[in-house]
Each structure stands twice: as structure tokens, then as C-alpha cells.
Design a protein around this ligand. Structure first.
Ligand SMILES: [Zn+2]
Length: 557
């Protein structure tokens, strides 16, 4: 009796479990292979294309000129015209961490490209992982370990272990953060040596194809080329992008075409130049197609995900700005690069079996001098002036104390240990710093941990963006909302991003593929909506943020 009883108690849950498995399998296979009429089967491939620093207006401004990949996306895609990041930290790490996780930095912990670690007493890069080593070449030890959330790729692999997820990017943080925790591989480009590499997080040794690829030096084939206008028609560029060679571009010297490479391979400087040249995107495309082939992505009915991060737009944007002939030319060339990518996907997987998503990690601000021409009192502001304002205020208020600031990254990390040691009140220290910051004339507002931890409603439209970007163990003690027209930089030219203003938050979100109705969708949306929407298309359970949504309006009903 005893024996029989025991066997029943063990058997019951197992039986129920098996039953659930069978039902789940049947349910999934029904949705998978025999989708009801009008509902497309799961795609074989989800191709996510992240264009570093691509502003939404790039899609519209040059629209009549696009002929290839961007043309297809505009004509056949669901284009979300009002997609804005819902966080304040518009940097590359946070942006890419959102794209396939849908998580705010407040949940992913990816609050910036780097942050201060008070325990290690040093700054941490977003993908630093000292427990790993680089595979395939030299470079930084990297993994997604700092990302405290999961991606739609992770959810896919949890339910469909044979699905493959691969991230490729010019930048490590792009490939790694989009790849997620369970990626089969993430590959990025290292300037030191000029190789595409990965890390021991993904594999113990480089596969033969990766070594072969790097040995082929395909990436060096651009060195003899000089970047000139794609279309030999200056008037066309003036029509769409205004005048060339605006004061304030780059270093104020290299501001007109052509832009030849100055350094040659294998010099590290050559690869630095490659990153801010359209040829950088071609190098990423070449490699991504090889990775797609080697990982056999889209080959069978189990959905795979390939995320590609193109970064030439960012390199060019930082140097010449969003209104330059260079950036316009980059967009015309990106159109062609994406056309080649989509053609290859069509040939191997079929666009009918592929959902394509295009977005960006952030936008950018206009060059200061261009804003001035438009009547905006824009100006550059030296970071040192902000730092000195605070250290001077501390010296005056707390004579003999000189260790209250741990780290300055325009935002400010205080040294809590020193605050305690000197028996100071941290809120009073913060107040002293805030008064000094506001007195610089560059700072609109300063947020403390108290401000960001609180959930009290506020009429401040920026507070929610900062709260979504706030993760207490990593966030600065003082986060600055700089004045809209102030660009904090120590360079004499070029431009940047990182603010919560709309020029940094407004990016393209485009979906194209089976089940998606082409059109322009104007309701408010954001890149945070991409992951839950992809999950919806794949029939996966997936969380979303309180302020994000599934982009249902583009889905065929
Ligand atoms: Zn970026």
C-alpha cells in the first residue's frame, strides 16, 4: 500500500506535467505550422537592424532619394513616425540594451556606457567582464553580464532551444546587448588588430570560419578607397542638406570631400577611421552575412534572430553632424548596404519568411553653429568648468576636505565613504553641489537619488525619463538636465547625444515582413515597444514596461 501510494504521489505531477507539455506542444505546433487563415506562420528569421545615431528625420528628409533597403522599408514597412526613447540616458549602451529587451535602464541596470563602481573604485564599461577573454583577436574582456534583464532572443531560446540568436556589430556593446544572455554568438570589431572577435562567454575557441575571415583581411579592402560623394552632384546635396563645410564640423579642417584614409592597415588608427567612414558599414555587412551563413540562420522552421549594429552613421554624425553632406551621403550609402542585406536574406531565407526591424540607439543634436544660424543660442560648454564649479564649492564649504567627488562624467558620483568619514550630511553635500551646478548657467535642473527613487507625480516632463534611466547601485548621485542649447564637450567641433531632448530620443522604428501592414503610424511609440512586439509576433510570453506597448496597429487583423 505504502509503495503504491508513493508511486501515485510521484506519478500524478509527472503525468500532469507531461500532459501540459503535450498540450503546449500541440498548441504551439498548431500556431506554428498550421496558422489560421490570415495569421502568418512564425517567421524563420527576425532580422534586427540597429543604426547607431540614426535620427528619425533621416528617413523622411532623404526619402525621395532612397532606392534600395530604406526604400523597401518605407514602401513596404510599418513606419512609426513618433517613436521616442522613454529614458533620459540617450547613449549607445542604454539604447542597444532596450532594443531587444524592451527594458528600461531602471530594470536592465544599463544606465550609461559606463558608470562608477564604488566597491571596485573604478569606472565600469557597459560590457566589461573580467572573467572572460577575447576570442579571435585582441580586445576587451566582454559579455552581457552587466545587463540585468533578458531579451526576446533569450525568451525564444528558452522555449525553442534549437532557435539561434546571433549579434553582430561594429561596436561590442551593440552586438552583445542585442544578443542577450543566451546568444549563440556575438561578434564585434576591434581596432587593435582590425579583427572581428567574440569572447569566451560564447565559445572557448574561435571557429575556423572566424579565423579564416580575419586572415582574409577583407576588412582592409577599403584602405585604398577615398570617400567621395556617392552622387557626383553637389547641388543635390545642397538641396537636401544645405551648405557644405559648415564651421564647427569635425576638427574644423577635414570638412570637405574627399575624405581619404590617412592611416593604413594594420595601424589601429586606420580602423578608427574606418568606423567613421561608410566603408565601416560595408565591413559589418560582409561579416554579418558570413556569420548568418555559418550559424545557418533562417534555414529551418525554428525562428532565429540576427541582430546587426551598423555604426558608421554614429561615427560620421559625431564628426560632421546630422545636417552635413557627409551624413546625407552616409544615408544614401546605408540605403545600398541595407538593400544588399535584404537581397541576401531574400535569396537564402526569403523575405516572406523574415520579419525585419529597423531602429536606432539614439539620435543626435545639430552642430552648434547650425543651431546658431537657426536662431538658437546654442553653445559648447567645457565639462571641466562644471567639474571645477563643484569642487570649488566643496572647497569653500568644507575646507580641508578634497575627496567628496568619486567620479565626474558630467553627472556626478559622490564618495559616500568620505561623506561619512568627514561626518557630513550627504543631502547637504548634494545641495552644495546643486547650487554650484545651477550657478554655471549650463544646468537646467539636477536630480538626486531621492528625486528619482520617488514615484510621486510631477509636472516635470523630464522626471519620468530620468526615473526610467535610474538604477540606484549604478546611477550618479547627481544627474544633470543640461540646458537644451548647451552641448558639453571638450572638442572644438563635431556634435553628440546623451540628453533627454527630442533630437536625441526621436528615432526610426520600422517593421517589415509577413503580417505587417505597410503604412505610417503616428501614435506615440518607442523602441521599448520593439521587443514586446517581436515577442507577440513569435507567440512568446514577454514582459513589457508600464509605459510601453505592443504595436498592434500595424498587424494584419
Ligand atoms: Zn550610439
Amino acid at each position: 500500500m505504502q509503495r503504491s501510494h508513493r508511486s501515485v504521489t510521484i506519478w500524478e505531477p509527472v503525468r500532469k506535467y507531461l500532459l501540459i507539455c503535450v498540450l503546449a506542444y500541440l498548441a504551439s505546433s498548431v500556431g506554428y505550422t498550421q496558422a489560421p487563415a490570415g495569421v502568418p506562420a512564425r517567421p524563420r528569421l527576425v532580422l534586427v537592424v540597429a543604426i547607431d545615431q540614426m535620427r528619425f528625420d533621416f528617413l523622411d528628409r532623404f526619402e525621395p532619394l532612397y532606392k534600395a533597403g530604406l526604400r523597401q522599408l518605407i514602401d513596404r514597412g510599418g513606419v512609426f513616425t513618433n517613436a521616442n526613447y522613454r529614458h533620459a540616458s540617450t547613449e549607445t549602451g542604454p539604447g542597444h540594451s532596450v532594443l531587444l529587451s524592451g527594458s528600461h535602464p531602471s530594470h536592465s541596470g544599463i544606465v550609461a556606457n559606463e558608470w562608477w563602481d564604488p566597491y571596485l573604485n573604478r569606472s565600469i564599461n557597459v560590457i566589461d567582464d573580467p572573467t572572460q577573454t577575447t576570442v579571435g583577436g585582441r580586445g576587451r574582456s566582454a559579455s552581457p553580464a552587466n545587463m540585468l534583464t533578458f531579451t526576446v532572443g533569450d525568451a525564444l531560446k528558452a522555449t525553442s532551444p534549437r532557435s539561434r540568436v546571433v549579434g553582430v556589430g561594429m561596436k561590442d556593446r551593440s552586438a552583445i546587448l542585442m544578443g542577450g544572455r543566451r546568444a549563440d554568438g556575438a561578434y564585434w570589431f576591434e581596432n587593435d588588430g582590425g579583427n572581428f572577435v567574440t569572447s569566451t562567454y560564447y565559445m572557448n575557441a574561435a571557429p575556423a570560419w572566424l579565423d579564416d575571415w580575419n586572415r582574409s583581411r577583407r576588412v582592409d579592402r577599403f584602405a585604398s578607397q577615398s570617400w567621395n560623394r556617392l552622387v557626383d552632384d553637389v547641388a543635390l546635396y545642397e538641396k537636401y542638406a544645405g551648405k557644405d563645410a559648415v564651421e564647427g564640423e569635425r576638427d574644423r579642417k577635414d570638412i570637405t570631400f574627399p575624405h581619404p584614409f590617412v592611416a593604413m592597415p594594420p595601424a589601429t588608427e586606420h580602423y578608427v577611421e574606418l568606423r567613421r567612414s561608410p566603408f565601416g558599414d560595408e565591413a559589418v555587412l560582409d561579416f554579418a552575412l558570413e556569420a548568418m551563413k555559418q550559424h545557418e540562420l533562417g534555414k529551418d522552421a525554428e525562428t532565429d534572430i540576427l541582430a546587426i549594429g551598423f555604426a558608421a552613421t554614429d561615427g560620421i554624425g559625431h564628426q560632421w553632424g546630422p545636417d552635413s553632406h557627409e551624413q546625407m551621403d552616409q544615408m544614401l550609402r546605408l540605403d545600398i548596404v541595407l538593400g544588399r542585406l535584404f537581397a541576401q536574406v531574400d535569396a537564402t531565407v526569403g523575405l516572406a519568411n523574415t520579419v525585419i526591424v529597423l531602429s536606432a540607439d539614439h539620435g543626435s543634436r545639430p552642430i552648434v553653429e547650425i543651431s546658431q544660424e537657426r536662431g538658437v543660442a546654442a553653445r559648447r560648454f567645457a565639462p571641466k568648468a562644471i567639474q571645477t564649479a563643484v569642487t570649488s564649492a566643496f572647497a569653500k564649504r568644507y575646507p580641508g576636505v578634497n575627496d567628496l567627488m568619486s567620479y565626474f562624467a558630467t553627472d556626478i558620483y559622490l564618495n559616500e565613504d568620505a561623506v561619512r568619514r568627514h561626518k557630513l550630511d550627504i543631502r547637504e553635500v548634494e545641495r552644495t553641489a546643486i547650487d554650484a551646478l545651477l550657478a554655471t548657467g549650463a544646468v537646467e535642473r539636477v536630480y538626486t537619488h531621492d528625486d528619482l527613487r520617488s514615484t510621486a507625480p510631477s509636472s516635470d516632463p523630464f522626471l519620468e525619463l530620468f526615473r526610467n534611466a535610474f538604477f540606484a547601485p549604478r546611477s550618479p548621485h547627481l544627474q544633470l538636465l543640461l540646458k537644451r542649447e548647451v552641448y558639453v564637450t571638450s572638442t572644438i567641433g563635431g556634435t553628440g547625444h546623451g540628453s533627454p531632448y527630442e533630437f536625441d530620443r526621436h528615432v526610426p522604428v520600422v517593421f517589415m515582413g509577413p503580417g505587417i501592414t505597410a503604412g505610417r503610424y503616428t501614435d506615440a511609440s518607442g523602441p521599448e515597444d520593439i521587443a514586446p512586439t517581436v515577442a507577440h509576433l513569435l507567440g512568446l510570453q514577454f514582459p513589457r514596461e508600464h509605459d510601453s506597448r505592443v504595436l498592434l496597429e500595424m498587424l494584419n487583423r
